[in-house]
Design a protein around this ligand. Structure first.
Ligand SMILES: [Zn+2]
Length: 186
């Protein structure tokens, strides 16, 4: 090590092997493999560049996994985003509502039902499951909201998913303004 990287500080850590932690098993395999290499490949990459490459690789594996195993509604609705969701620079109350909507954890009856705070999760008006999709796209109480969204989206609402609505600043504001103006607890 000193010969190849005289300026590098090296920390040696002991990791418990053979206890069925896949990552440690993999590291063990790779370390053993490295000891039998004939040529040592000298890289010009800095340690930060290597970390970046490892990060890219992990991200690609994660995306593959995300697409291959859809286990919840959230995965269906939202694309995986590397930078994370940053919001639209809204005031706090608005941002809280948008976050609840994006996490599909609202105070609508079907979400309350999930945590035992509503007896059946149904919309009192329509008698069907009251979730955010019902609220935006179907509920007979939300006709004005849909009119506003259609107008703001140049009549593209029927083509827009929850992801598009909540990531468009304009549509998101229409949605939130409607919720706040009608004093809805969502
Ligand atoms: Zn309804």
């Amino acid at each position: 090590m000193q010969q190849y990287r005289p300026m590098q500080n090296v920390t040696i850590l002991w990791l418990p092997g053979h206890i069925n932690i896949p990552q440690i098993t993999k590291i063990d395999e790779m370390a053993k493999h490295a000891t039998s290499l004939q040529d040592i490949y000298h890289t010009e990459l800095t340690s930060n560049e290597i970390i970046g490459k490892v990060d890219d690789w992990i991200w690609k594996e994660w995306v593959k996994d995300w697409k291959a195993k859809v286990t919840c509604r959230y995965q269906d609705v939202f694309e995986l985003k590397r930078e994370g969701y940053r919001g639209n620079n809204m005031v706090r109350i608005k941002e809280t509502i948008v976050n609840r909507i994006r996490l599909l954890q609202t105070r609508l009856n079907s979400d309350l039902f999930k945590i035992g705070l509503h007896e059946n999760g149904l919309c009192e008006k329509c008698q069907v499951k009251q979730d955010i999709f019902h609220f935006i796209y179907e509920c007979s109480d939300s006709v004005i909201l849909r009119d506003n969204l259609r107008y703001a989206s140049d009549d593209q609402l029927s083509l827009m998913g929850l992801n598009e609505i909540t990531t468009s600043k304009k549509l998101c504001n229409v949605l939130i303004d409607y919720i706040l103006a009608n004093k809805l607890d969502i």
